[in-house]
Design a protein around this ligand. Structure first.
Ligand code: SF4
Length: 218
């Protein structure tokens, strides 16, 4: 199965019926994520809240409304990116996801990242940041892109954090407003790292597999 849309559909199908961790016992709907398969940018939040659990869609409550504002500040349309969470089922009473739940659900997230292969991953909140940058502190790392292998990881505060601490709102808006430049540089770096086509004995062009090199752009 090479079509990323088909892969995402298959992953979503598995998530909808998953019973691999205890969160399935309290969920109403699991939330696989949604958006474009063919995109340069993926947003990863923490887990579904009340409204997400009701509707089976990510970021549809108050935090989702603020995310729409943030995407607007970044000149991004929601339908042109992919949005998901580190756990796909709502932790009861919106408690933090537990390490075992994060580890179990991580397989779905890895499959989604592999299917989409985004140039930029924006982490929303400390749990998704911790997946890529386990030693980072969100208060220091927010808005600062970091190369992890051949992707730029951009840690951001979770939009819900600004609902509880309004002083974070301008910080989030500023960090999101820098995203277009981050995405442009990540795409350029990816293009520059592509190996030049070589001639095969049959005089056909081919692109030998080669991992993109990390580049110091920031
Ligand atoms: Fe399955 Fe993830 Fe839901 Fe746990 S949180 S039941 S692993 S989909």
């Amino acid at each position: 199965m090479n079509d990323p849309n088909e892969k995402l559909t298959e992953i979503a199908k598995q998530v909808r019926t998953c019973q691999r961790c205890a969160l399935h016992t309290t969920r109403k709907n699991s939330v696989p994520g949604e958006g474009r398969a063919n995109t340069d940018v993926m947003f990863i939040g923490e887990g579904p809240g009340y409204h997400e659990n009701e509707q089976g869609r990510p970021f549809v409550g108050q935090a989702g409304k603020f995310l729409a504002e943030l995407l607007h500040a970044a000149n991004l349309a929601r339908e042109n990116v992919f949005i998901t969470n580190v756990v796909k089922c709502r932790p009861p009473s919106n408690r933090d996801p537990e390490p075992g739940e994060l580890a179990t659900c991580n397989e779905f997230l890895e499959q989604q990242i592999e299917a989409i292969n985004p140039r930029v991953i924006v982490t929303l909140g400390r749990f998704s940041m911790g997946k890529f940058l386990p030693l980072a502190r969100i208060s220091e790392a927010h808005g600062k892109p970091v190369w992890v292998k051949d992707r730029l990881i951009v840690p951001m505060y979770h939009p819900a954090a600004a609902l509880h601490q309004p002083k974070l709102k301008p910080t989030l808006l500023h960090d999101f407003s820098c995203l277009p430049e981050v995405i442009r540089k990540a795409v350029e770096a990816h293009e520059a790292a592509k190996p030049a086509p070589v001639k095969t004995p049959e005089n056909k062009e081919s692109h030998p597999a080669e991992e993109a090199k990390q580049m110091d752009l920031f």
